[in-house]
Design a protein around this ligand. Sequence first.
Ligand code: GLC
Length: 563
Amino acid sequence: MTTAHSAPLTAQLNDREMPAWWRQAVVYQVYPRSFEDADGDGIGDIRGVTSRVPYLKELGIDAVWLSPFYPSALADGGYDVADYRNVDPRLGTLDDFDEMLGALHAAGIRVIVDIVPNHTSDQHAWFQEALTAGRGSAARARYIFRDGTGPDGSEPPADWVSVFGGSAWQRVDDGQWYFHNFAVEQPDLDWSNPEVRADFVKTLRFWSDRGVDGFRIDVAHMLTKDFVDPLPSQAELDAMPRDGNHPMIDRDDVHEVYAEWRAVFDSYDPPRTAVAEAWVEPSRIPLYARAESLGQAFNFDLLEADFDARQFRRIVGDNLELAGTSGSSTTWVLSNHDVVRHATRYGLPDAERDSAGRPTRKHGNEWLLSGGTRPALDAERGSRRARAAALFVLALPGSAYIYQGEELGLHEVAAIPEADRQDPTFFRSPGEDIGRDGCRVPLPWSEDGPSFGFGTGGAHLPQPGWFADYAVSAQHDDSTSSLALYRAALAMRRLLQTDESLTWVETGHDDVLAFRRSNGWTVFTNFGTEPFELPDGPPISLSSRHRDERILPGETTVWIAGA
Ligand code: GLC
């Protein structure tokens, strides 16, 4: 292990007067196993990330968020962590990590790592110990073990269904059952156990001491539980209000954990940051985003929205208001490793919604069901709208999260043979959920060569032939490419990061949204298909489609400086 830990970037840049670097940062999500494979074993790795630092610097991002790179049996793409303070040997070593951190910092890019505190892997030393130590042991008390029901205890303690489908309880050899909110291989920890709490503090310090700048907290709203006998049924759980007292979702007492973490974050200079993945009622998001808690929380509303002016305007308004309540900044996310890529979502029919606008059927997520209908995809339209949506959100106040490959305009890969699929959601809900593998296919770096430049050892999820058209090499020098658009937008965005307000400009057209930032820039997005005549004013600085035209075509965004 090296001792030459990388100094945190803020210290290197001596910009302590700007401690809240994250408030309007552009954060690029790296899914390490699918980014770049430096050692040719078919799996992306840490040295692969290091080798692409020049690409990331040229793109113009402020930070990288690394999805889990820890030792893992990959039952859930690395979100089943076997050791929180190490690197998966297939991905490298701690020395490789330090080298990557140093290279990113030297390029002016901060680093956020993913912490998965709700559950461990069943391969984690603690869980293995719990299995052998037996019932009533201190080792089992780190997890949630119960006796079964029925005359011989052979029925699960409750009829609860896991997030990935199937029972949320699994029986072990001596007859007891353990609770797993996600896959069977992801036993939930018992967060009322002080040993569990102390160990995660150790993990946060471990990575903070190495120089990481922040943390993304996986399912931050599920850690604490209150399972009182007799356990409620699934139907009863579903009917309970999520008001802070629900037995397992978004409990108020989870913030005791984060208050302790906040003290850890603030003990560093500069303070480490955190962003919560919390799927909670909107009114409760500020609890996670408060400075006393994790400090920022994801806003996932755009993952569920259609490409629709009314929906976008409501979502922007709601989330800026929520950010005002917490004192944090909001986060804009169009794609991540859990959803169908937005270029594809926007090329599918709109979701079916209830009267409150909530999706009842999400065509994007149900796309290409093995047994069901297959809505037609208009890929070109999806690409056009994806560029317009990206330019819209990149001009908003708050931080923007880009998922690897989104800058290339990548579409979802639908045609993955069943034998190659990896995602547990596919296997635990056969025929109901296609799973998340389609957005996790290794990136195309070059138009030809093995694995489109991903590595020499093949790709762990099959890449389709059309990936060549989206390769970095095909786009790098093409000023009309998606990559060029993202690079230009990120460079210009620096001028927008002044304050965190916007003013809506009424356009008189339901399908056209416009807003002004305090530096005088105006952004117009035409969500419809009818062309819209832009008002007279300064020339267009950036367009998702055409340059310097006063007619804004459908499904297009433009930025106008100083209008
Ligand atoms: C989060 C992750 C997802 C993972 C789940 C369980 O939602 O984003 O990929 O499967 O947590 O850890």
